[in-house]
Design a protein around this ligand. Structure first.
Ligand code: FBP
Length: 554
């Protein structure tokens, strides 16, 4: 790795703290099985699709002796989906967990995401190679990709390549879609007698892969700290210049966890939460009205400035837009060939509109041309609309300008609306992992190695009790099928890991509800500054506010 900065050199020396239970390696711990599990919903359908892996018990690790893990194994890891800070530490944890059990164990990386599994592109990850990537951001050691292994042919190819390389374990580091895929592969391998175990690791800055046993996905902590630094700086600029409204769209393609966490960290005037918009069944114009109400109230106090956070998934939460996007998903999937033919964008748009029901066709026609075009862009390989490419913040500003003009004409608003937009997403995904993520990722990887050495297949690596010190974290595995439900994707009903959205009855959202009225009126801004790697633990090792609020009740 070329051009190592001084900070990076310093971070290379950081020694992640392992949970006590993992500290002496796989030979010094035993598996404790919990009760058989059920999927979160649609139990009968999920069971039918996963007859070999459904219902497995939760697993936790306790201290004990285990001689079975000494036999040498070969494991492979793949990084799947969007980058998240700490991915290299997951790999370091896997490597160290394997080597501790038996120095002859070997780890390989599939290159470029799941596509590398199909193309059999591999690289051995030796301790020497790993050394310069420890505690660094990015996925560049083996890169990532969004290819989905789903067809019978692809599954057979994955099996062929795993067997060809004599891999005993295959570890998939990914978000909800990639781990759904890991579950499908685990089932396929068991059904077809492939001996390799398949294990998932919960990654995504979006924070929406979580439940009682997966308290957070890795990368969320660092990414929200990076965005909070940037938003905090904007709040300070706003408070200094006092002349602009800043609209900041933040990544998080479905859930609004990132926006909520950055809201807690910076206390802006408006923090939009997509899940609330959905629950209140708000139309796009009602969302605009709610923002306009804050703008006009502040203007009445002589404050023509403020900061508004917009979750990138907002557009999909507005019921009418959600309906439109779902209908577009189906139309685009059903007419792939017709649309691939070289007609102009205007012709494609007319074609798509002609296939929509009247109310949605009217809505599509009413949208600014840029937004309509962005809604029609290709879906990702999992069938999701690529919300990172939809400039919702610009849509809001365009509609707000019209609304505020109307209110002005009615004599109810005398302010000046001058708005600036930002989108923070890619800035945070490859940042150097915070101490929390450096420790958490290393533990998740080490834990995945222990699952692999114990031949557990169809499990997600689980490290919990995360608000405590790392030494006290608890470790184990959660069956992937336990998190699944049936959803409509690419026009078909599919088993997928259920996304964890912001719960409106949950402690974090309740906290926002309590405080946002005050934040709207005043300048309660907080300026968190950059991530600190050294100093008092209260500054360097804090977990997210979301986790703290969630776990306070326990
Ligand atoms: P994952 O769910 O794969 O972790 O990715 C999440 C994310 O960072 C979203 O926040 C964002 O909408 C999307 O990736 C962007 O995707 P891409 O990297 O393909 O542009």
């Amino acid at each position: 790795m070329a051009n190592i900065s001084e900070l990076q050199q310093h971070r290379l020396k950081f020694k992640p703290a392992l949970p006590n239970v993992l500290r002496n390696g796989a030979a010094a711990l035993k598996i404790k099985q919990g009760k058989p599990t059920q999927s979160v919903s649609d139990q009968e359908t999920v069971k039918k699709i996963f007859p070999h892996t459904y219902g497995m018990p939760e697993i936790s690790f306790v201290k004990g002796k285990n001689a079975d893990v000494k036999k040498p194994i070969r494991a492979a890891v793949v990084l799947s989906g969007g980058q998240a800070p700490g991915g290299h530490n997951v790999i370091a944890g896997i490597l160290d967990g394997l080597k501790k059990a038996n120095p002859k164990n070997k780890l390989f990386g599939f290159l470029g995401g799941p596509g590398g599994v199909l193309e059999n592109k591999i690289k051995e990850i030796t301790p020497a190679l790993m050394a310069s990537y420890r505690n660094t951001g990015g996925f560049d050691l083996i890169q990532s990709g969004r290819t989905k292994i789903e067809t019978e042919e692809q599954l057979a190819k994955a099996k062929e390549n795993i067997l060809k390389n004599n891999f005993d374990a295959f570890i998939v580091v990914g978000g909800d879609d990639s781990n759904t895929n890991a579950g499908v592969i685990a089932e396929y391998f068991k059904k077809n007698g492939a001996p390799a175990s398949v294990i998932g690791v919960p990654k995504t800055i979006d924070g929406d892969l979580k439940n009682e046993l997966i308290e957070t996905s890795f990368g969320f902590d660092t990414a929200t700290k990076i965005y909070a630094e940037l938003v905090g700086n904007i709040c300070r600029d706003v408070n200094s210049a006092r002349k602009y409204w800043h609209f900041v769209r933040l990544m998080g393609r479905s859930a609004s966890h990132i926006t909520l966490e950055v809201g807690f960290k910076t206390q802006p005037n408006i923090t939009l939460i997509g899940e609330e918009v959905l629950a209140k069944n708000m139309t796009l114009s009602q969302v605009i009205d709610s923002i306009a109400a804050v703008i006009t109230a502040r203007a009445a106090d002589g404050k023509n400035f403020g900061v508004c956070l917009v979750p990138e998934g907002l557009i999909e939460f507005i019921p009418e837009m959600k309906e439109l996007i779902a209908a577009l998903n189906d139309v685009l999937a059903e007419n792939e060939t017709a649309l691939a033919a070289g007609s102009s964008f205007a012709e494609k748009k007319d074609f798509v509109i002609s296939k929509l029901p009247a109310n949605l066709a009217a809505l599509m026609k009413s949208l600014p041309a840029g937004i309509a075009a962005q809604l029609m862009l290709d879906r990702d390989p999992h069938g999701n609309v690529q919300v990172s490419l939809i400039e919702t913040e610009k849509l809001l500003i365009e509609m707000l300008s019209v609304k505020l003009k109307t209110i002005k004409a009615e004599g109810k608003y005398g302010g000046k609306f001058s708005a600036i937009t930002h989108f923070f997403g890619y800035e945070g995904r490859c940042g150097a992992p915070s101490n929390f993520d450096a420790n958490y990722c290393y533990a998740l990887g080490y834990n995945a190695a222990v699952l692999a050495l114990n031949k557990c297949s169809g499990y997600l690596s689980s490290v919990r009790k995360l608000v405590k010190a790392p030494a006290q974290w608890e470790c184990g595995g959660v069956p992937l099928t336990m998190m699944m439900n049936i959803e409509r994707r690419k026009g078909k009903e599919k088993p997928v890991i259920k996304k964890a959205l912001v719960e409106l009855n949950g402690a974090p959202f309740k906290q926002l509800e309590k405080t946002r009225g005050e934040w709207a009126k005043t300048e309660s801004y907080v300026f968190p500054g950059p991530i600190q790697f050294c100093g008092p633990a209260s500054v360097t090792d804090m977990t997210t506010k979301t986790l703290q609020y969630e776990q306070k009740k326990k």
